[in-house]
Design a protein around this ligand. Structure first.
Ligand SMILES: O=C(O)C(=O)[C@@H](O)CO
Ligand code: MG
Length: 271
């Protein structure tokens, strides 16, 4: 099942985290992503990847204090040292897991904050991270996220993300284009695939049904059509990234729920 990576934060919640690697491999996935690896030793995760023949294609840098409400700290003035420590930790995990991409979450804009100051802090942190990642042979990704799921999130639109990537100009800085967020925030997803994939500035795609973030075949988005667009544009421009399956299975933590919901994937990959 080339191209599609299982997001182990959202899929296979019927299993404990480390057991999700085996479950994804049993369903035919060859690659995985998830939000955060830091609750586990990198070596332990690396063993699970190897044992199940999986590639790690993406994970996130430490987001600050998630339980206290942080959703990344890259745009937050005064937390630069914490940002740098966290990113260095992410690079250590990326090395141990053989993972080429690290997603850096922007954070929530504090109410009343000076937007220009947040922007300057964000761009400064992202530029620093891209430089450090380049020395380690990794790419840094930034992802626009919708405001319904994350009220106050600093980065919401594809054009903003691409403007920042252009402005910083680091070759290893790319956009994580999550079609679910894009549909909610701005729509016109097929045209944005056609616009942005050929720029070489999209490092990763992610999908989910809209609006409930369940399986891609549940909701308003016509994913078979979008997969054809991705195939067509990729063939023309040589785009070779992964598509992360970042959705909450409709049957949730019910035994077999994730696998039972993979009919859309079997249809998408049928030859
Ligand atoms: O929520 C998403 O979409 C993601 O890709 C996460 O990495 C950030 O929460
Ligand atoms: Mg996403």
């Amino acid at each position: 099942m080339p191209r599609f990576a299982a997001n182990l934060t959202m899929l296979y919640n019927e299993h404990a985290f480390l057991d999700r690697f085996a479950a994804a491999a049993a369903d035919g996935f060859q690659a995985v992503e998830y939000l955060f690896p830091y609750a586990f030793e990198a070596g332990e995760i690396a063993r699970h990847l190897k044992d199940h023949g999986l590639q790690q294609v993406l994970f996130n840098a430490p987001p600050g204090d998630w339980d206290a409400g942080d959703r990344g700290i890259a745009c937050l003035p005064g937390r630069e040292a914490e940002f740098r420590d966290g990113f260095a930790r992410a690079l250590d995990y990326a090395e141990a897991l053989g993972c080429p991409r690290v997603h850096v979450m922007a954070g929530l804009a504090p109410q009343g904050a000076d937007r220009a100051q947040l922007q300057a802090t964000y761009e400064g942190n992202i530029a620093w991270a891209a430089e450090r990642a380049a020395a380690a042979g990794r790419n840094v990704l930034i992802e626009p996220i919708n405001l319904r799921d994350m009220p106050g999130y600093f980065l919401n639109r594809q054009d903003e993300a691409h403007r920042i990537v252009q402005a910083i100009g680091a070759p290893n800085l790319q956009v994580q284009f999550d079609l679910y967020h894009c549909q909610i925030v701005e729509g016109d997803v097929a045209m944005k695939l056609r616009q942005y994939l050929p720029t070489g500035r999209v490092g990763h795609l992610q999908i989910a049904g809209v609006p409930m973030r369940h399986e891609p075949d549940l909701g308003e988005v016509n994913y078979p059509y979008l997969f054809d667009v991705i195939d067509e544009v990729s063939a023309a421009c040589g785009w070779q990234g992964w598509i992360g399956c970042e959705y909450r299975p409709a049957r949730g933590a019910v035994a077999g729920g994730t696998s039972d919901g993979l009919g859309w994937l079997r249809r998408a990959t049928a030859t």
